[in-house]
Design a protein around this ligand. Structure first.
Ligand code: SAH
Length: 359
């Protein structure tokens, strides 16, 4: 079965599979644009809901294509309003995506791959390696499924590509899906409210520079020296080390004018000492950037631990003294394992909402 979200959205300059099917079945061209509008907004539960299409077309379309391609395996809701979906792809891969409510903000965290090949030692997503890239339709479908959790008068406001996977290792599809998400007729989310989080792959960052799409870039550092980063983020050895990554991030800043974000998972007794804080301060000095420190979120079976509040406070103070703009990430949805890759592994407790049937 072909999936409409992958087949119906136009490729650059090429007619979509849907457009070809419409031509073959003798439908007028404007039907493609009509259907695309439904796809981009995600409001239809099934093809039958596309009420501005003739009944016969809906029937034929429903036979040739499936609208949603992923099954909701699990839907969890935390007391702070965070909701998390565990979705299963048509071929049995599992990915997670999250809706976060913060004041008027409605942010979503979306996955780019089933699993991850980067091998960061503290991260649940990569423990079993990567299975495959998600398609453009599957990335967009996560956004649309999350949008559908909101009441009719609420809209998604922010997207972060911080779910499972490395977005820059699947950049073609990520860019296509983000293009759909920022399209006026789609979710209409401005690129400045879309963040791509990467382990730091310099050639792919340079492609983002050339694309000039002005997304927010977040670079996961996790260590102030290559010796330590080689251990925590194994891909560091292959991707040229901190020097190359920071140089590419600087080029992105110059081209986009967007303040960079650096992420740093704080791991007890591993990268949280006073020396690490000073080295990190020196490394980031002079950059217009935000340092986002994420106290380690425990992953079952891994030997790491979250630093004590006192250690966290000291780490923050030393960075502030070094003039770094630092923020500690608020934890949201803790009880539903809202950090990436955790739910898939642990199948947590808490309120599980009966998944709705997918058409
Ligand atoms: N591949 C992208 C997106 C990964 S998820 C990247 O590396 O940036 C987004 C962030 O969550 C990354 O900074 C990642 O290192 C961090 N993260 C992964 N596992 C974590 C854990 N157990 N606790 C806290 N943060 C974690």
């Amino acid at each position: 079965m072909r999936h409409l979200l992958d087949s119906g959205l136009a490729e650059r300059g090429e007619p979509s599979e849907l457009a070809q099917w419409l031509a073959e079945t003798g439908q007028p061209k404007f039907r493609a644009a009509q259907i695309r509008r439904w796809l981009a907004q995600g409001r239809a539960e099934s093809v039958a809901d596309m009420t501005d299409l003739p009944q016969s077309l809906r029937a034929g379309l429903g036979e040739a294509f499936q609208l949603w391609s992923m099954r909701v395996v699990r839907h969890d809701q935390a007391a702070d309003g965070t909701e998390k979906l565990l979705l299963e792809t048509f071929d049995g891969g599992r990915v997670e995506c999250v809706l976060l409510r913060d004041g008027v903000r409605r942010s979503i965290c979306v996955s780019s791959q089933v699993g991850c090949a980067m091998g960061c030692v503290f991260c649940a997503s990569g423990l079993d390696g990567v299975e495959r890239n998600l398609t453009r339709g599957e990335i967009l479908e996560q956004m649309l499924q999350l949008q559908r959790l909101l009441p009719a008068d609420e809209r998604l406001s922010h997207i972060v590509m911080m779910g499972m996977g490395e977005p820059l290792a699947n950049l073609d599809r990520v860019l296509a899906a983000l293009g759909d998400a920022s399209h006026k007729q789609g979710l209409g989310i401005s690129p400045r409210r879309i963040t791509i989080s990467t382990v730091g792959l310099p050639p792919a960052i340079d492609r983002l520079v050339r694309e000039q799409r002005n997304f927010q870039l977040a670079v996961s550092l996790h260590a102030p020296t290559d010796a330590l980063r080689d251990e925590l983020v194994p891909v560091n050895r292959k991707s040229g080390g901190l020097g190359e990554i920071l140089a590419a991030a600087d080029r992105y800043f110059e081209a986009s004018g967007r303040r960079l974000t650096f992420e740093y998972v704080l791991l007890g007794d591993i990268n949280d000492s006073a020396d690490h804080a000073r080295q990190l301060g020196a490394l980031l000095k002079g950059r217009i950037a935000l340092l986002n420190v994420i106290p380690y979120n425990p992953v079952a079976g891994l030997p790491y631990r979250t630093p004590s509040p006192e250690t966290q406070r000291q780490f923050r103070e030393l960075l502030e003294q070094a003039g770094v703009n630092v923020q500690f990430r608020q934890r949201k949805g803790d009880e539903i394992n809202a950090a990436c890759g955790q739910l898939r592994r642990s199948m947590a407790r808490l309120t599980t909402i009966e998944p709705r049937g997918t058409a």
